[in-house]
Write a protein that binds this ligand. Structure first.
Ligand code: 10E
Ligand code: SF4
Length: 316
């Protein structure tokens, strides 16, 4: 039986960003340096395949510091932690390594700087997400007000409208965030903030790449986890850019082939925490069923790399 023809548009950039790459290396190096078990507070990045792989090498994933024994090293995830977490680790005299992405740490420093200048902070982010909890937790309780939507901007109660600053989560939708920033600036003209927002290069580039392919795709799949904020944003971006069927898949086994019946083109991308092997697996699943033409659409080149902390640079 001949296979139907299908064009697969592969977005570039996609998948791992520099912060994820660094965080995973930190866990691997810690295992090399200290042996198993090494504890990791929260999923190092939001990807089950990555987490399971590190667990098999001896990493133990926990949600809270109190779940770690004081005599084993602990690593804080790439999303960042409230200030109270390293403080508590130090109090317990634990060995800890902070794998927070340097671009998230930069936002922490920004928030701290504005706070020291006497400004009240507003954070644009998603409630309950570990990065939002970590960034808000840089300042004393109640010092950072959270807004998630344009509607929230109208409701937020500030101390002094003339003394305000804002920061954002790094993985938000660029378009939604610019609307929220505009609403903040309209209501509080004196508000201080970053040039645009704090969305990182990787988030921006992956959203741009999706926008470039989505209008030409009958369907689009984002390889990523349901708890991965940046991956979920890619699904929304694809739908908004004109692709009616956009779905998150963790692996090839999640693909709903019935829903894809009759398509002539498919877009594939991946969130910043999804390893390339999983993208290869998805592409291979299409190759098995279709006469496939792969067309890589590259909208940006990335050469960002972050150094791992000196304490972990162990000889190979
Ligand atoms: O849910 P997120 O997109 O924040 O996290 P992730 O682990 O899926 O991807 C990496 C992004 C980080 C660490 C937040 N800046
Ligand atoms: Fe860092 Fe951006 Fe990757 Fe988050 S998505 S880990 S901020 S590079």
């Amino acid at each position: 039986m001949t296979k139907p023809a299908l064009t697969l548009y592969l977005a570039a950039p996609r998948g791992f960003c520099a912060g994820v790459d660094r965080a995973i290396k930190i866990v691997e190096l810690a295992l090399q340096k200290w042996g198993a078990p090494v504890y990791v507070r929260h999923e190092i990045v939001h990807n089950r395949f990555v987490v399971d792989g590190l667990r098999a090498k001896g990493a133990v994933f926990v949600e809270e510091l109190e779940d770690c024994p004081p005599d084993r090293p602990v690593i804080f995830s790439a999303h960042g932690v409230p200030k109270a977490v390293p403080a508590e680790a130090a109090r317990r005299e634990m060995v800890y390594v902070d794998a927070t992405c340097p671009l998230v740490s930069k936002v922490h420093i920004e928030a701290q700087r504005h706070h020291e200048a006497g400004l009240q902070m507003i954070m644009i982010g998603h409630a309950g997400h570990p990065e939002t909890i970590g960034t808000m937790g840089q300042l004393p309780e109640g010092e950072v007000l959270l807004v998630e939507t344009v509607a929230d901007v109208a409701q937020v109660q500030v101390r002094d409208p003339a003394r305000l600053a804002f920061v954002t989560q790094t993985t938000l939708s660029v378009d939604d965030t610019s609307e929220i920033v505009a609403a903040l600036q309209a209501r509080f003209p004196a508000i201080i903030g970053p040039h645009k927002e704090d969305i990182c290069y990787a988030t921006t580039n992956r959203q741009e790449a999706v926008k470039a392919i989505a209008p030409d795709c009958d369907a689009l799949l984002v390889v990523g986890a349901p708890n991965s904020s940046n991956s979920k944003r890619l699904v929304e971006v694809a739908r908004r850019a004109g692709c009616a069927y956009a779905q998150l898949v963790q692996r090839a086994t999640d693909i709903d082939w019935r829903a894809l019946e009759g398509i002539r083109s498919i877009g594939v991308t991946a969130g910043a925490s999804a390893p390339e092997v999983l993208i290869d697996e998805v592409v291979q699943a299409f190759r098995d069923r279709y006469d496939l033409t792969v067309d890589m659409v590259e909208t940006a080149r990335e050469d960002v790399e972050f150094k791992v902390p000196r304490v972990l640079r162990v000889p190979a």
